[in-house]
Design a protein around this ligand. Structure first.
Ligand SMILES: Cc1cc2nc3c(=O)[nH]c(=O)nc-3n(C[C@H](O)[C@H](O)[C@H](O)COP(=O)(O)OP(=O)(O)OC[C@H]3O[C@@H](n4cnc5c(N)ncnc54)[C@H](O)[C@@H]3O)c2cc1C
Ligand code: SF4
Length: 328
């Protein structure tokens, strides 16, 4: 591992300035993803700025919704009675991720910023455009089981790994950020970006931008929300596909709906097309299937030495139909 400096931040604005000032500096939160990458040589920072003391670990009621400090640990967030009651999909997503020990360390700010689990990204001996821009993509024609079927590019076919982020996308969360120029906030669905020609950039954050909080808006519909994760093992495995959904049904008709998919794209994938198909339709399996098919019309399976990932297309349909049936 390359030697680096370590600084424990005592002030959020200074932490932002310190990281923004050096392209090879980075924030350290729970460290559960970052430290793995240091050991593997995936990243070689010259400075780690520990943000534990400058990110809030409070969950506050605000305007009928919840304000979640970036330092709140995943275990505490999952267990919070307000989250469990008002946003059950978020609790279910958090509890489906990693292990108890990891969730005790992982933070609200760090979880959505964890990097892809693409095996080639983590293996520094292989070409990877995300790790080393312009070197190529080893996953294309390689192992593709965990890779994208939506929104991929010829430069990168990786998927985003966070379960929590899929739930936050469906729940219309907002991200609050401290930048070198001040504070800003934007919809969580705009945090991540598709790979295009620049797969090395996972998000729309500028270097040095610090996530300070995630805001969950007031939403009666979110009380009827659910997260389902399909994976190779019952625990300690990333999603092959996952679905987060919230549903509002009146007199057998879908009044409103939110859907996000995991394991299918470089971002948590908000399923706007499926939502559009469902509004005003009978809350029935035929409509749920039609909605899934509309969303997946642009899906492209990858060929690979492991047989490819075409199985994900029917798997998403089945998982989405199952979740919507449970909610209706
Ligand atoms: C064995 C294993 C299994 C796992 N399984 C799952 C799983 O099934 N599902 C799942 O979702 N996750 C899983 N994870 C990933 C785990 O959830 C993440 O590593 C964790 O959530 C990252 O949070 P952290 O606080 O430790 O971030 P760190 O590792 O400290 O940081 C991650 C990244 O975010 C940046 N960062 C952190 N906080 C901020 C902030 N406030 N503002 C700006 N940048 C910030 C850091 O600079 C770094 O680039 C697994 C991890 C392991 C090791
Ligand atoms: S899919 Fe993306 S992360 Fe994986 S090898 Fe290709 S460029 Fe790298």
């Amino acid at each position: 591992m390359k030697p680096f400096d370590y600084r424990s931040a005592t002030n959020a604005a200074t932490a932002v300035r310190d990281v923004a000032a050096s392209p090879a500096a980075t924030f350290l939160a729970g460290g559960t993803n970052l430290v793995d990458h240091l050991k593997l040589g995936v990243i070689e920072p010259d400075l780690l700025v520990d943000i534990t003391a400058v990110t809030s670990d409070a969950i506050e009621d605000r305007d009928g919704g919840l304000w979640i400090g970036a330092g709140v640990r995943n275990s505490d967030l999952a267990a919070d009675p307000r989250v469990r009651q008002r946003y059950p999909a978020l609790t279910q997503a958090l509890l489906s991720g990693a292990s108890g020990q990891l969730r005790n360390m992982a933070t609200t700010g760090g979880n959505p910023l964890q990097r892809t689990r693409c095996v080639y990204f983590q293996d520094v001996t292989t070409p990877c455009n995300k790790r080393d821009p312009g070197s190529g993509c080893s996953a294309i024609g390689g192992y593709t089981r965990y890779h994208a079927i939506l929104g991929a590019s010829e430069h990168c076919v990786a998927t985003h790994p966070s379960d929590m982020a899929v739930a936050l996308s469906a729940l219309d969360a907002k991200v609050h950020v401290l930048t070198a120029d001040g504070e800003r906030s934007f919809p969580f669905v705009d945090l991540h970006r598709l790979p295009g020609e620049m797969p090395d950039k996972d998000t729309r954050l500028q270097h040095g931008d610090l996530i300070t909080a995630i805001e969950l808006p007031s939403s009666p519909m979110a009380g009827r929300s659910r997260y389902r994760k399909v994976r190779d093992r019952a625990s300690y495995a990333f999603a092959l596909v996952s679905v987060a959904a919230a549903l509002d049904v009146a007199d057998g008709v879908v009044r409103d709906v939110r859907i996000a998919l995991g394991g299918v794209a470089h971002t948590p994938w908000r399923a706007y097309k499926a939502e559009q198909v469902l509004r005003g339709k009978p809350a029935e399996v035929a409509a749920y299937r039609q909605a899934a098919e509309a969303e997946l019309a642009g899906a492209r399976a990858l060929d690979g030495i492991d047989g490819g990932n075409g199985f994900k297309i029917p798997l998403v349909t089945r998982a989405l139909v199952a979740v919507l049936r449970e909610l209706s």
